[in-house]
Design a protein around this ligand. Structure first.
Ligand code: HC0
Ligand code: SF4
Length: 581
């Protein structure tokens, strides 16, 4: 252990710790901008580029960056001297001198770490303002806007995209005022290997990376009297939306969310969870079919079967593992199944053509915007899902409409596409899709009632998890990965012969699953928030009267009246897809 003194406090810390880590141990807050340590998901950004965290170290002439200076025995550190504060203020002013001053209309306003620091240091004037400035043109992808004039070169996005997600879409290029984080050859993000996962947006401290907002398209649809506007809400939204209204992380706001959507004027408030139950029927049937053929000795059967509901993950697979495109389930994601069913089954019930219906999805995810725009999910140019907005955008819409969210009485989803089971809601946390599938596959495979519905062994936030579940005499080996870097590890294992003999794998692009999606309220580096959201999801599951997808009465009805059976010709046509490199 190393003994040091920080601001007069004597402490012992592990060898190799930085001054910043040591300070956190004694509760001393040193401001940072570039630094980000998301230990639980193995993301540590330590590029020491912003220099906001400088401190005085006795015996050293220059100020030292706390995030990159290791402690040594008997070190004496001062974190709040006038020299330190003055240096931090100067650094901030220099940053602001090359930063746009459009905070009033910046999408990150109120959530911007640079704005917070400027306020904290009482900066009221920016010196050094004349002179050269960076001038980049905004880059719009289907899901993300890159406004590089706002980039502070913290490299958090680069670390997230390269080290955690292993996508490699972003890296620092050029020098001086031309320095920027960019796709290769300064291409547009849309033309790069970007998966639209949105994790770079989740960690960007400023307004350089933000979602492509669709709020006003929703308003346009809502005011159009010739349209029937239907909304679906993803499982993870209800576990995080409350944070935008000052509620504790992990507050479940399902009923208030439904009430707010009605106040906004949606004609039907439905639930993506209904389609998650439908996904289990289709994906579960596919897994059952593959397992039965495998048991019978069919060597052509593709195992492990991969889940296919996460669009960031599908994009990653298509661009990085084109040789493995025949192993995922062909089931569309719940978002897309919902759109397809809403514009066929439900539009027919209303006696309206699909073109008269607008389907809006509220998702914790930015890749869902891209997924909704894919050509294969359109019928004669009309998309199954017209507009996708994030949890943050929904909160914004509720605020614009002046709805007092916390005061709303809880309301229930409309029927039939609003009824769902506990199995569907756990889709929102890593491991949930495969747990939901296991509940159904077990009962359909064995013909027996499942006594213990909770499969605790499939839960947790660890990036890669494996478990064996006994179904009759067979051990079904299940793999779970959240975060694309973890997905890559499992996929490389499959390429090299599947040494763990996995039969099914659930993959979610975002660390922690959808609860940690790129469209969720910003966690500002507090990963504990993700755990609380996951707890909320499992609480909702426990509180549901029905907890297995195949027992959802409206799912039974849709098979009886419309789809006939899982994997039927009609199901294939409406609910399945294929992948291309
Ligand atoms: Fe998810 Fe989904 S669980 S991807 O994380 O499967 O976004 O919440 O909506 O579609 O249901 C996101 C969340 C969904 C889909 C569902 C799946
Ligand atoms: Fe990388 Fe995901 Fe950001 Fe795309 S959205 S640049 S894949 S982190």
């Amino acid at each position: 252990m190393i003994n040091i003194t920080i601001d007069g406090k004597k402490i012992s810390v592990e060898e190799g710790s930085t001054i910043l880590e040591a300070s956190h141990k004694v509760g001393i807050d040193i401001p940072t901008l570039c630094h980000l340590d998301l230990h639980d998901i193995k993301m540590v950004n330590k590029c020491a580029s912003c220099r906001i965290c400088v401190v005085e170290v006795e015996g050293r002439r220059n100020l030292a960056p706390a995030c990159a200076t290791p402690v040594h025995d008997n070190m004496i550190v001062k974190t709040n001297t006038l020299r330190v504060l003055n240096a931090r203020k100067t650094v901030l002013e220099l940053m602001l001198s090359d930063h746009p001053k459009d905070c009033l209309i910046c999408p990150k306003s109120g959530n911007c770490e640079l704005q917070d620091l400027a306020e904290r240091f009482g900066i009221r004037e920016v010196h050094y303002y004349d002179g050269e400035k960076s001038t980049y043109i905004k880059d719009y992808s289907t899901s993300i806007i890159r406004d590089m004039d706002k980039c502070v070169m913290c490299r958090r996005c680069e670390t997230m995209c390269n080290s955690v997600q292993t996508v490699g879409a972003l890296s620092g290029v050029n020098r001086g005022f031309n320095a920027v984080v960019s796709p290769a050859f300064e291409e547009k993000l849309e033309n790069s290997v970007c998966t639209h996962c949105g994790q770079c947006v989740a960690v960007c401290p400023v307004g350089a990376l933000t979602e492509k907002e669709n709020i006003w398209s929703v308003v346009d649809a809502l005011v159009n009297k010739n349209k029937v506007v239907v909304v679906q809400t993803a499982p993870a939204v209800r576990a995080a939306l409350g944070e935008e209204f000052g509620l504790e992380a992990g507050s479940l706001v399902t009923g208030k969310m439904v009430a707010a959507l009605r106040r906004l004027g949606f004609d039907y408030v439905f639930d993506t969870d209904f389609a998650a139950d439908l996904t289990i029927m289709e994906e579960g049937a596919e897994l059952l079919d593959r397992l039965e053929r495998y048991i019978e000795g069919d060597e052509s059967v593709k195992l492990p079967m991969l889940t296919s509901c996460c669009p960031g993950w599908v994009n990653f697979l298509e661009s990085q593992f084109p040789d493995l495109l025949d192993i995922p389930s062909s089931a569309k994601s719940p978002q897309q199944m919902f759109g397809s069913i809403a514009k066929s089954y439900f539009a027919q019930k209303l006696f309206i053509p699909r073109e008269k219906m607008v389907v809006v999805s509220v998702m914790p995810c930015l890749a869902k915007k891209f997924e909704a725009s894919r050509e294969e999910f359109k019928v004669k140019g009309n998309p199954d899902v017209d507009i996708s907005i994030s949890t943050r955008e929904l909160a914004h819409l509720i605020k614009i409409a002046n709805i007092d969210f916390n005061d709303l009485e809880e309301e229930d989803f409309d029927k039939p596409l609003g009824e769902s089971t506990g199995a569907a809601v756990i889709f929102g946390a890593t491991g949930g899709v495969i747990e939901a599938a296991t509940r159904t596959v077990y009962e359909l495979f064995t013909g027996k009632k499942l006594e213990k519905i909770d499969f605790e062994e499939l839960r947790g936030i660890e990036g890669i998890r494996c478990a064996s579940i006994k179904i009759n005499d067979m051990d079904i080996n299940i793999g779970i990965a959240s975060g694309l870097g973890n997905a890559r590890k499992l996929l490389e294992e499959i390429r090299s012969g599947n040494p763990r003999n996995l039969h099914a794998i659930e993959i979610m692009a975002c660390p922690g699953g959808c609860i940690g999606g790129g469209g969720q309220p910003y966690h500002h580096g507090n990963i504990e928030i993700l755990k609380k959201r996951a707890d909320a999801i499992y609480t909702e599951d426990k509180n549901k009267p029905i907890r297995k997808s195949h027992e959802n009465p409206y799912i039974k009805e849709i098979y009886q009246k419309f789809l006939w059976e899982p994997l039927s010709e009609k199901s294939h046509h409406l609910l399945h897809t294929s992948y291309s490199p």
